[in-house]
Design a binder for this molecule. Structure first.
Ligand code: ZN
Length: 149
């Protein structure tokens, strides 16, 4: 089987999201269809996604990768951070006393990560999204990507 690809060097966006297998395909579809990027982005898929920019153990390593590849080489103008409900990097939903507390903690961490990027790369706009589980029936769920202010 053969697959087509785009050899253009223009990759104006970096998308940072978690590697949680439950949500990778939905995230790719969201980025292609709703953000309309259709392959014109670099996916950075880490445990916890944007949380790597707030953790002292990982911040500098992942900032270095972003600087060397996306900022210096691809000349990105935008980064998209996506966090998700029940993310193991935050201990999952079970680590919080309520869904509201979980989401507030994750959104605060994403805002902190955005501040770090704004300081390091002032020309890169950062957009935040939260993958919310909007319904569950047994093991089948539905999710939606909600913008975070
Ligand atoms: Zn996760």
């Amino acid at each position: 089987m053969q697959y087509s690809f785009d050899n253009s060097k223009k990759v104006p966006v970096a998308v940072v999201h978690c590697l949680d297998y439950r949500f990778v395909e939905q995230t790719n579809e969201f980025v292609r269809k709703e953000l309309n990027l259709k392959g014109r982005y670099t996916p950075y898929t880490f445990p916890g996604g944007p949380r790597v920019y707030t953790d002292g153990m990982t911040r500098n390593v992942f900032l270095h990768a972003l600087r060397e590849i996306s900022v210096s080489h691809h000349k990105i103008t935008r980064a998209v951070f996506i966090a998700h409900r029940d993310c193991g990097a935050w201990g999952g939903s079970a680590a919080f006393s309520s869904l509201e507390e979980e989401r507030a903690a994750q959104e605060n961490d994403m805002r902190a990560a955005k501040k770090t990027l704004n300081r390091e790369f002032p020309d890169v706009e950062v957009d935040l999204y939260y993958l919310e589980i909007v319904s569950m029936t047994g093991d089948e769920g539905r999710v939606e990507f909600q913008p975070v202010k």
